[in-house]
Every structure is written in structure tokens, then in C-alpha cells.
Design a protein around this ligand. Structure first.
Ligand code: NZQ
Ligand code: ZN
Length: 382
């Protein structure tokens, strides 16, 4: 184990915390508030943000879509550049927060912001930003990652930079009251797979990371099983905190990480607009079955610790079945159907996009090459 760890995002967690923005901001800040398609206008979040910003100099940019596009975000980049914005406040789910991270970095760069995603430009500064989270799932509110789509070419790529890590994140579980059931389920699944990507690799003896990952998995499993309680304060607060902890850098410190499910899933979203979490549920069980020999020990550990499975016989196989059954119990499909009726063409399209993006040796072992992707998708696509 060798790592450097810092999570500098200040969290304001709990009911009524949107008002904390007033204290968190420099009174001299010129703020751009970025939000999505308007859910915050209907549920009172916009009004709470506006009241916290009373007396501040601020403007707004709306219309960031789910799976945010460079095309839309570049309009906000112009606003930051032209209006001397020196703080960005993202109010929304992962898409709005990721989009705001792109805006923050691209506004400090003279070239095309897409260069950040291709790696042509290494981010070396960004407009500071904060987040008001409205959908717990991605962990984007306190991590340094962002996933952006170029609609023109159907490319969905990620970048990581400490410069775009939010300075603060407001996490008021009350904002979840208006989330459609589907988005609550997406939150459970996305957070669950985030833990899995950092846990189902190989044993390293990292007892703290393993045990904390298992605690998060058990929590998410309970929240799924107790979905009927989703209107309680306790349920909402637990999902919001679990999803945050699943991808804030802590459980991934000093251990191998996989992320192949995410990389393949991003292509399904870019090509067929499958919700991010749903793309993961489609890919992950087939990928785990394909890679079972590399992951057997951790799958067995997960089977015992998270699902309380007994016996040694076929334990890794039974754990994958239990993961799949967990998704099915929440009504989340594990096969792609959005691609139409040409399965071969769909598989080729995904492989070709992965090749374009240099994703030809995935997982902690670089053992998922186009050959394995083909096998995985043959099982994962209906
Ligand atoms: O746009 P509005 O009107 O706000 O509606 C949104 C959107 O339609 C709605 N919503 C959000 N909060 C709501 C609400 N509706 C009612 N009440 C509320 N309180 O929910 C819809 C989906 O929102 P979105 O932000 O797209 O969802 P999510 O948080 O799941 O974000 C998904 C994006 O994050 C990326 C994904 O790839 C995808 O682009 N990811 C980011 C990561 C990161 N930065 O670390 C990691 C993840 O693995 C993931 O890849
Ligand atoms: Zn994810």
C-alpha cells in the first residue's frame, strides 16, 4: 500500500444546508450558477439557492442535459470568459456537476475544451467551483472526475484533475424528494458499481479499504431491499452519504481498480442514450463472469461478507448471480435492448468506439481486450 490521499471538498450535509452557501462564498465572488433542465425550478432548490446568493453578483446558465455535451457547455465557457466569472456553482446531479467541471477547466484554456478530454491539453488551472447535489449517485460532488459527451461524434470521455475538485458540496437529502423512482434506483446501482470497481479485483490485504467497501455495499443492498422506505429522511440521508463515500477517493486509495464496466458502459450511453447506471448493470454481470478467474478470491469474499452466502462450492459464481438478482429485484435490466435488432452491428459499434478511445486493455489486469469485449457483449446484448 502506497498512496497520497486528500479530499479537500468541504461537505455541508443535512436538511437546510443550502443556506451554508452564503458563508462558503467570498462576498466579492462573481458567480455563475449552472443547472440542468429545470427540476430545480419546480422543487424549490433554485429559490433556496437564489436566497443564499442574495447580495452576491451572480448570473445563471441552464440547460445542461443528462450526459452533458461539450456543445452545450461551450456556451457556458463563453459566459465565464466574457463576464469575468470567478466562481461556478453547480446545482444538479452528476451531469450538471461534471459539466461545470468542464466549464471551469475549459474557461482557463484558449483552445477547444474537448482537448481536455482527449488528453491534448493537461488541465493546469480552473475557475473554482462548488456544488449543490440534487441526485446522489456519481460522487462527482466531492471528486475530481468528470465525464463529457461530444454529441457530434458520439464520444463520451472522462477527465480527472485536482483543479476541478469542488471547494464545497451541499448535500441536503430533502432535495431528493422530487427524484423519480428510476433516478433513486440509478443512484443505488451507480454507487454500488463504483464500490465494485474498486473492490472486485484481487486481494491485497488492505483490510480497511475492504471492510469499508463491504460496509457501503451492505448499506446499498439494504437501501435497495428497503426501497419502500424511500420517502423517509433516514433512507434519503443514507443513500446520499453512501453514494458520496463510494467515489470520493477513499476506498480506492492504495488498491487496484478496475473501471472496465464503466468504460464499456459509457459507450452504450453514447451510442444508445442508456442511463449511466443502467449501462453498468448491463455490462457488469457479464464482465465478471468473463473475468472470474482473475476475480475469484474477491468475489468469494464479497459473497461471504455482503450476501452472507454459505459454503465454498461455486461461491464466486453464486456471488455474481446474487449481484444480478439484486439488480433484477429493483427492476433494473441486465441486458441491452435499446440497440434495435442487429446485435452483431451493435457489438461492432461498441468495439470500434472503444478502439477509437484507446480502450483496448481494460480492468486492473489489462485483460479485457477487444476479444473479451466481444464475448462480454455477446452475453450482455439481447
Ligand atoms: O436536468 P434536470 O431538470 O435537473 O433533471 C435531472 C436529469 O433529468 C433529474 N434530476 C436531478 N435531480 C433531481 C432531478 N429530478 C427531480 N428532482 C431532483 N432533485 O435527473 C436526471 C438525471 O440527472 P443526471 O445528473 O444526468 O444523473 P446522474 O447524477 O446519474 O449523472 C450521470 C452522469 O454522471 C456521469 C455519468 O457518466 C453521467 O454522464 N458520471 C460521473 C462520475 C464522476 N464525475 O465521478 C462518475 C460516474 O461513474 C459517472 O460516469
Ligand atoms: Zn458510475
Amino acid at each position: 500500500m502506497k498512496f497520497s490521499y486528500s479530499n479537500p471538498t468541504q461537505i455541508f450535509f443535512g436538511q437546510g444546508q443550502i443556506s451554508a452557501i452564503t458563508r462558503a462564498l467570498d462576498p466579492q465572488a462573481k458567480v455563475l450558477v449552472i443547472y440542468g433542465g429545470g427540476s430545480i425550478k419546480k422543487n424549490g432548490v433554485y429559490d433556496q439557492v437564489a436566497s443564499a446568493l442574495k447580495g452576491f453578483d451572480w448570473v445563471e446558465f441552464s440547460g445542461v442535459e443528462p450526459n452533458p455535451t461539450k456543445e452545450t457547455l461551450d456556451k457556458a465557457v463563453l459566459i465565464v470568459k466574457q463576464q469575468q466569472i470567478n466562481f461556478i456553482l453547480a446545482v444538479g446531479g452528476g451531469s450538471v456537476i461534471d459539466g461545470s467541471k468542464y466549464v471551469a477547466a475549459a474557461a482557463q484554456y484558449e483552445g477547444d475544451g474537448w482537448d481536455i478530454l482527449t488528453g491534448k491539453h493537461q488541465v493546469n488551472s480552473a475557475t473554482p467551483l462548488g456544488a449543490v447535489l440534487t441526485l446522489p449517485a456519481t460522487g462527482s460532488e466531492s471528486n475530481s472526475g468528470a465525464v463529457i459527451t461530444k454529441a457530434e461524434t458520439q464520444d463520451k470521455l472522462a477527465f480527472l484533475s485536482p483543479y476541478v475538485q469542488p471547494k464545497f458540496a451541499v448535500m441536503d437529502p430533502d432535495v431528493m424528494k422530487t427524484l423519480p423512482e428510476k433516478q433513486l434506483l440509478n443512484g443505488i446501482v451507480d454507487a454500488w458499481v463504483h464500490v465494485c470497481e474498486q473492490y472486485i479485483t484481487r486481494p491485497t490485504g488492505a483490510m480497511v479499504q475492504d471492510a469499508y467497501a463491504e460496509a457501503l455495499l451492505k448499506t446499498l443492498k439494504k437501501l435497495g431491499e428497503r426501497f419502500a422506505d424511500r420517502d423517509s429522511d433516514e433512507w434519503r440521508a443514507n443513500l446520499m452519504w453512501a453514494a458520496n463515500q463510494a467515489l470520493n477517493g477513499l476506498i480506492g486509495s492504495g488498491v487496484p481498480q478496475d473501471w472496465a464496466t464503466h468504460m464499456i458502459g459509457h459507450e452504450l450511453t453514447a451510442l444508445w442514450h442508456v442511463d449511466h447506471a443502467r449501462s453498468l448493470a448491463i455490462v457488469q454481470p457479464s464482465l465478471l463472469r468473463n473475468q472470474i478467474e482473475f476475480k475469484r478470491a474477491k468475489l468469494e469474499q464479497m459473497g461471504r461478507e455482503v450476501f452472507a452466502l454459505q459454503g465454498d462450492e461455486q461461491l464466486a459464481e453464486r456471488t455474481i448471480n446474487a449481484i444480478e438478482a439484486f439488480y433484477h429485484s429493483m427492476g433494473v435490466a441486465t441486458q441491452l435492448t435499446e440497440h434495435g435488432d442487429d446485435k452483431e452491428a451493435a457489438i461492432d459499434a461498441v468495439i470500434s468506439q472503444l478502439n477509437n478511445h484507446g480502450m483496448v486493455a481494460l480492468t486492473e489486469n489489462q485483460s479485457v481486450t477487444p476479444t473479451e469485449v466481444k464475448q462480454i457483449l455477446t452475453a450482455a446484448i439481447a
